[in-house]
Design a protein around this ligand. Structure first.
Ligand SMILES: Nc1ncnc2c1ncn2[C@@H]1O[C@H](COP(=O)(O)OP(=O)(O)OP(=O)(O)O)[C@@H](O)[C@H]1O
Ligand SMILES: CC(=O)N[C@H]1[C@@H]2OC[C@@H](O2)[C@@H](O)[C@@H]1O[C@H](C)C(=O)O
Length: 375
């Protein structure tokens, strides 16, 4: 096997919750992780968030998109410049810039298959003076893949880094949920049988929308409201009849694919509605897990959803294996996606694939991402 260069990378994520930008240093060679470095966060202001929200569902050239891209570039440039200046020991050889997903239509239901992450990596490379890998999803989609999830090859490296020796599942509960079942005994994530990954369904997004609409709150902090309510079993059963759950993985979602879910809880009390949406998020994971090749030793949960006690209880009661926060593996559940794009940037820089048949359903391994050099 060719010897690869170990180097520092800086990765970023601006997730579907639109809360802000996460960034994290990671050291590795694209195959193995050698270690994790400092992390940073830059919240969007209310005004910036409004610009992003207004552009959701839009494609390049449509109204509001240029403004959204400018918000994304400005926030990233600010955070990354600060982190690079503050941590000279981690000088990154490459930046992995995910951008903000505004629209995602890998099946081409609205025309040609495409996906849209706002923000231009060339602009960031220019202003930061570091090569930037960006637009990670388009080539996968153009080659017939789902363009998501992309974290799985990183999840595989995480499990090896944490010393796992049996199949485990890494579950990310952000606005949307995604899961990677993986066998860390495989040599590489590309190997047949090493990985199965897909989006599980909506996770926090519907619950956040409910909290915002009814109580003017950003989320169900700690799951406190849901813990006071009772899930409506009929609504959960109705939710599971959505055609998405009948699809075989790999499969991916747009944040708004399940828009009608809020109507289904319209007549319930606040607490019961929160409990019901929480149960739906957990039930989606349970349904997805039916596709796992074997029962994992444990399910390790990352993303903001792991801080929701009601959601963690709902998950735990649905599985016979352990369900734990990913901190149990010594990993940072808030920064995993930013770290993923640092790892993926290293893979692109080394010419390694970032997705394949078992992660996005693309026919062959794809090295996604565009590399922009500073001028
Ligand atoms: N303390 C908490 N209690 C309950 N829920 C929380 C808490 N902290 C975060 N969350 C939930 O997690 C969400 C943010 O999760 P995360 O940052 O993983 O999402 P994201 O990266 O924006 O989304 P995605 O992974 O879908 O792109 C919040 O919007 C909220 O719903
Ligand atoms: C199109 C898009 O941006 N998808 C995100 C979103 O947020 C979670 C889930 O939906 C996942 O598919 C993906 O992000 C993670 C980082 C991924 O690609 O693995």
């Amino acid at each position: 096997m060719t010897k690869l260069k170990t180097q520092w990378a800086l990765g970023t994520m601006s997730g579907t919750s639109l809360d802000g930008v996460d960034a994290a240093f990671l050291r590795g060679d694209g195959r193995r992780i050698e270690g994790f470095g400092p992390t940073g966060y830059r919240p969007y202001t209310e005004a910036e968030r409004a610009v992003l929200r207004a552009a959701l569902g839009r494609w390049p050239g449509e109204p509001g998109v240029a403004e959204a891209a400018e918000v994304v570039e400005t926030a990233h440039a600010e955070l990354l410049a600060r982190m690079i200046a503050d941590h000279p020991d981690c000088a990154p050889e490459v930046i992995g810039f995910h951008g903000q997903t505004l629209a995602h239509d890998p099946l081409g239901l609205q025309g040609a298959p495409r996906t849209h992450q706002a923000g231009d990596g060339a602009v960031l490379a220019e202003c930061l003076g570091v090569p930037v890998v960006w637009d990670f999803r388009s080539s996968d989609v153009m080659l017939g893949g789902q363009g998501a999830p992309l974290a799985p090859y990183f999840h595989f490296a995480c499990a090896q880094y944490a010393g796992m020796v049996a199949p485990v599942a890494l579950l990310n509960l952000g606005g949307v949920g995604n899961v990677t079942w993986l066998d860390p005994r495989a040599e590489e994530p590309e190997q047949a049988g090493a990985i199965l990954a897909f989006d599980t369904g909506p996770a926090n997004a519907p619950l956040n929308d409910l909290m915002a609409a009814r109580l003017g709150m950003a989320c169900d902090e700690g799951g406190d409201l849901a813990l006071q309510g009772r899930a409506d079993a009929a609504v959960v059963a109705g939710f599971l009849t959505h055609p998405y759950f009948l699809k075989m993985p790999p499969k991916s979602l747009d944040r708004n694919d399940f828009h009608g879910i809020l109507d289904a809880v319209a007549d319930l009390s606040d607490a019961d509605a929160a409990a019901t949406l929480t149960a739906c998020a957990a039930a989606a994971v349970e349904r997805g897990a039916e596709h796992f090749p074997t029962l994992p030793e444990a399910i390790y949960v990352a993303g903001g959803g792991r801080l929701n006690a009601a959601l963690m209880v709902e998950l735990a009661r649905r599985f016979s294996c352990r369900v734990e926060p990913i901190e149990d593996l010594g990993l940072d559940g808030d920064m995993l996606e930013a770290q993923a794009f640092a790892h993926l940037a290293l893979r692109v820089a080394q010419g390694l694939p970032t997705s394949g048949p078992a992660t996005t359903g693309v026919a062959a391994q794809v090295g996604g991402g565009r590399l922009s050099q500073p001028g």
